[in-house]
Write a protein that binds this ligand. Structure first.
Ligand SMILES: [Zn+2]
Length: 63
């Protein structure tokens, strides 16, 4: 089996625009792996709806 789309996730188009960080929910303190974007947006990885507590405000705690 070959995978012609193998290079898809290593595209350099936006790689430098985001940083993987640990982020903390501002409401409950839950810790998630998240992307920190160049505009300081913090987006928990794999959690489009935000924290399990329902909040969507996070702060990056490591870089
Ligand atoms: Zn929370």
């Amino acid at each position: 089996m070959t995978s012609p789309q193998q290079t898809y996730e290593t595209s350099t188009e936006t790689t430098d625009e985001r940083l993987k960080v640990a982020a903390r929910c501002r409401e409950c303190g839950g810790i998630y792996s998240a992307w920190l974007f160049a505009d300081d947006t913090v987006q928990p990885i794999g959690r489009k709806d935000g924290c399990r507590c329902g909040a969507s405000a996070f702060e990056a705690i490591s870089k």
